[in-house]
Design a protein around this ligand. Structure first.
Ligand code: GDG
Length: 452
């Protein structure tokens, strides 16, 4: 089975492993058809059931590539990518959301069940599911329904551009709980409910009233599953990776992203190039390893990014032949890496640059801090990542839209005294240790149990 690269998967899988239950997800790849039984169930070794829903190309084009990734994703990330609102995609989005609601209803959830709906692909599912269940159950016997929105929620006047924003929000409010990563996202969501739909908000309780119910809106920041990342003998692994990538530089900077315009990969390369130009002594012994796994290649914007990245790399390699006999200034890894390889890369890197233009959270920043252990790496983090709310004091913060400032911060982080890097990194690690993906899942479930 192919394993998609996704922050949602990184966060939700450990929660499902802990609690068990059924995970209803769309199929990804042909191997699924052979792996599942006649009810679409795959009983994996991990302690939960995976129920696959199969969709045809038309449904994927409309729901996933069209409305979810082509309209909602750019709308919610204020990253200057134009959302495309097509009525046909919206209709398919509605139909696919109904299929998920139907599949969840078939599981016969009751008051003891928690239904966790994940992300912007399924905004309408909570209300559709509630409506279906209400025909057979009294309100007190309904399951707790939570919707977690993994991406940012921008201000009301941005969301107002979506022609179906009212229906979208009414779909979300079928939940008992709507979760976001940050308080700012929650505030924007509540303001959108009040300003665009005229719904009553109780500021002190952080709830919105709809259909005779008070729906809680809570910041529940996601985190990582430490078990994914092994502590390894990193100095040995470092030699192995340097040989494999043909690097002799003493210092390594690392970036790990899905190849997505919101992750700010081109902006990072522009800042890195300025660093090489302006601070040749720092650049002479440094290689940037960029892991960028292609995704959503059905969308033109994503294919364009891949081409622009290739030209940017070519340009940097041609212009910065400071040490042709030694190391390339930048190396690109496009193949998806397993957790072990990611752990090794995180551990051997002196610097990790997580610089999205806008991001719900950014798990890579947290994974790096966890993996660094006692090594004194520096985290350079975008102020527009949700993670900046927890890490703002200890990471080196950048504005990815300001290449000059970004390059200066890279130099500062590289030149910081060892004691400072160590102190910052140990505080970052403490923050990550205090809250894992399981704490995130537990908090959602506690909030649902509290509703009764
Ligand atoms: C959304 C929000 C939010 C990357 N390359 C490989 C690989 N990865 C893993 C990383 C990390 C995950 O993918 C990416 O996490 P992000 O946080 O950057 O997330 P998105 O996919 O954009 O997801 C985001 C997240 O949801 C969770 O709520 O943080 O803001 O946009 O875990 O390690 N994993 C593997 N091989 C790779 O090559 N196995």
């Amino acid at each position: 089975m192919t394993r998609p690269v996704s922050g949602l998967l990184s966060a939700v899988e450990p929660v499902m492993q802990e609690y068990g239950g059924t995970w209803i997800a769309r199929s990804c790849g042909n191997a699924d058809i052979e792996a599942v039984d006649e009810n679409g169930i795959w009983q994996g070794p991990s302690g939960f059931r995976l129920k696959r829903l199969f969709f045809n190309q038309n449904e994927l084009d409309g729901h996933t590539h069209g409305f979810s990734n082509g309209a909602l994703w750019p709308l919610c990330h204020i990253a200057y990518q134009k959302p495309e609102f097509r009525r046909s995609s919206w209709r398919t989005y509605q139909a696919v959301n109904a299929r998920f609601a139907e599949a969840a209803a078939q599981e016969k959830p009751d008051a003891e069940t928690h239904v966790l709906v994940q992300d912007f692909h399924l905004a309408l599912t909570p209300a559709l599911l509630r409506r279906r269940l209400e025909t057979g159950l009294e309100r007190k016997d309904l399951p707790g329904i939570a919707l977690f929105w993994h991406i940012p929620w921008p201000p009301a006047d941005v969301m107002a551009r979506c022609p179906w924003i009212g229906e979208l929000i009414e779909g979300m409010l079928g939940s008992d709980l709507v979760g976001f990563h940050t308080q700012e996202d929650c505030d924007h969501f509540l303001a959108t409910c009040a300003q665009l739909l005229g719904l009553p908000i109780r500021e002190s309780a952080h709830t919105v009233r709809w259909d005779g119910r008070d729906i809680r809106v809570r910041p529940i920041p996601v985190s990582i599953a430490p078990a994914h990342f092994e502590r390894l003998e990193w100095s040995e692994k470092s030699k192995f990776w340097k040989q494999r990538l043909g690097i002799e530089s003493r210092r390594i900077a690392l970036a790990v992203d899905r190849m997505d315009p919101t992750k700010g990969i081109l902006e990072r390369l522009a800042a890195y190039e300025l660093l090489l130009e302006r601070r040749p002594s720092l650049g002479a012994d440094l290689t940037l390893v960029q892991v960028a796994t292609p995704c959503r290649t059905e969308l033109a914007e994503y294919r364009r990014l891949s081409q622009e990245l290739a030209s940017a790399l070519e340009r940097i390699r041609t212009r910065h032949r400071l040490r042709p006999e030694r190391s390339p200034p930048v190396v690109l890894i496009q193949e998806p890496q397993d957790w072990r390889s990611l752990s090794e890369l995180y551990q051997m890197s002196d610097l990790c640059i997580a610089s999205p233009l806008h991001d719900g959270m950014n798990l890579v920043a947290k994974e790096y801090a966890w993996c660094q252990g006692h090594h004194q790496g520096a985290l350079v983090l975008s102020r527009f990542a949700g993670a900046s709310r927890e890490f703002g004091r200890d990471a080196w913060m950048v504005n990815p839209h300001d290449p000059d400032g970004f390059a200066e911060v890279l130099a500062e982080a590289l030149e910081a005294p060892e004691a400072e890097r160590e102190a910052r990194m140990s505080r970052l690690r403490r923050t990550v240790t205090e809250r894992t993906a399981l704490d995130w899942g537990n908090q959602i479930i506690r909030e649902l149990e509290d509703r009764l």
